[in-house]
Design a protein around this ligand. Sequence first.
Ligand SMILES: Nc1ncnc2c1ncn2[C@@H]1O[C@H](COP(=O)(O)OP(=O)(O)OP(=O)(O)O)[C@@H](O)[C@H]1O
Length: 210
Amino acid sequence: MAEGLHLEGIRIARGDVTLLRVDAHIAPGEVLTLMGPSGSGKSTLLSYVMGDLPRAFRGTGRVTLDGRDLAGLPPEARRIGLLHQDPLLFPHLSVAANLAFGLPRGGTRAERRATVDTALSQIGLDGYGHRDPATLSGGQGARVALMRVLLSRPRALLLDEPFSKLDAARRGQTRDLVFTRAREAGVPILLVTHDAADAQAAAGPVIELS
Ligand SMILES: Nc1ncnc2c1ncn2[C@@H]1O[C@H](COP(=O)(O)OP(=O)(O)OP(=O)(O)O)[C@@H](O)[C@H]1O
């Protein structure tokens, strides 16, 4: 079975009504962009892939990651990073501790600290490590949340409008950072967006839901 994230014969329904159907393969390092009107079920599809479909829905179809069928695996065992429209940072942890939370175990304290400092710098937040997340702007918080999910070294990434809170200048930069990192690490990305510029920058296949 191929590497990457494979969605085979997926159908999401609410009651008897089919919300969406999708078949897709996302190769390692590739970004598949999912577009479509509000309410077409994009976020619900991400919940299904994550193994966390709300009770109101029923989902069928196979999700495999690097050849492994994810059926029956709880979200925390799937090694998939999910970022929602409203990025939630842990309010009781500093910005640096939020980033460090996603780091895989191992390494010395100094190494972990250096990784966090580099990450802060890459998202334009040098010196913000000690800050309380509540003191960040929406865009700054979104950048921290994105970096936290990247640092956790997921095997696949599901991104739901992750750049919507960023201003135009940051949006391009942050997008490039995420896509470049994913490409380097061979991580497939399923990106939900309303912005055609995101799809263009992703430079991958696009699925338009109706
Ligand atoms: N937990 C839930 N229980 C019941 N219905 C829900 C639930 N979450 C979403 N819905 C409904 O299911 C449909 C699909 O919602 P979803 O959030 O997946 O759409 P979307 O395509 O991501 O929309 P948007 O682009 O506005 O984020 C909508 O009609 C929504 O109102």
